[in-house]
Design a protein around this ligand. Structure first.
Ligand SMILES: C[S@@+](CC[C@H](N)C(=O)[O-])C[C@H]1O[C@@H](n2cnc3c(N)ncnc32)[C@H](O)[C@@H]1O
Length: 267
């Protein structure tokens, strides 16, 4: 079978299966994926043009939001849930420019992500936990060891929450946020149910091994920020959130926002 990964020491995936992490890495133009993942991306792009631009746009949004948090809001601690495969510049590389003593904790439960992220970390700046993010008590035990919980933390959910039911997603977000100090931030990016995204999710979800992904409406997304202050410009198409020179204008598929747990004390 010619299904060879770019990296020769990449662990084998179950035969014929795609994974969320590798699919998204392929869609973003990354190198840590298999031919089957690239074929799955091509099949989705053919039926739902714009999905690869949407994937790149989400990554650009992640980078802009953490840069904002480090440079403008003074946040030094970052918890990235469903981190996926490394794709430089990653969060620790961006925030350490502005906060040299920053701490970044990446979480995922995909064995391929563990193989890549485990060797990629730059302690004490960054570290990786192999855990299911639904186990918020387990995640918090690592967070308590790594972070100073008297200080704000930024939670990042980049293109991740669509993998969970409403009950699970709110349980994860609420189960982490409740332990965090005032000034902590919640960042999320999420696809909305446009016809192209609905088609893309159907095709992707039918691939062997795929984790189903459900888009959410703007009203549903706003509920994650209940009780928080949403940072300007609000919940918007990803490319409208503090765009910079590298921001691609894409079809409107993904929305994103940053909320703060209490009134902004910096910035
Ligand atoms: C679409 S990818 C997004 C990757 C990355 N956040 C990004 O924006 O490029 C979703 C990620 O969530 C991870 N994931 C899915 N379910 C998870 C769970 N229950 N616990 C931890 N990670 C999970 C997958 O392994 C995958 O890496």
């Amino acid at each position: 079978m010619s299904d060879i990964a770019h990296s020769p020491d990449q662990p084998a995936a179950a035969d014929g299966e795609v994974s969320s992490a590798r699919f998204w890495n392929a869609a973003q133009g990354g190198k840590d994926n298999y031919e089957r993942d690239r074929q799955a991306v091509a099949a989705v792009e053919a039926m739902a043009p714009g999905i690869t631009a949407d994937a790149r746009s989400a990554r650009q949004f992640l980078r802009r939001t953490v840069r904002w948090a480090a440079a403008e809001a003074g946040v030094t601690q970052y918890l990235d849930l469903g981190a996926g495969l490394p794709l430089e510049p990653d969060i620790h590389q961006i925030v350490s420019h502005h906060q040299p003593d920053a701490r970044v904790l990446y979480v995922d439960n995909d064995p391929v992500v563990l193989a890549h992220q485990g060797a990629y970390q730059d302690p004490p700046l960054s570290s990786y936990i192999d855990a299911d993010m639904r186990d918020t008590d387990v995640i918090m035990s690592h967070v308590t060891e790594t972070f100073d919980l008297a200080k704000p933390v930024m939670l990042t959910f980049s293109s991740v929450l669509g993998h969970f039911s409403d009950e699970e997603a709110h349980g994860i977000v609420g189960g982490l946020l409740e332990h965090l100090a005032p000034g902590s931030c919640l960042m999320l990016s999420h696809d909305i149910p446009t016809p192209a995204i609905i088609a893309a999710c159907e095709i992707y979800s039918s691939a062997p091994g795929a984790l189903p992904y459900q888009p959410r409406t703007i009203e549903q997304l706003l509920r994650f920020f209940d009780g928080m202050d949403i940072v300007e410009p609000g919940l918007v198409p990803l490319f409208e959130w503090h765009p910079d020179d590298s921001t691609e204008i894409t079809e409107v598929m993904g929305y994103g926002a940053v909320g703060r747990k209490a009134a902004c004390t910096a910035a």
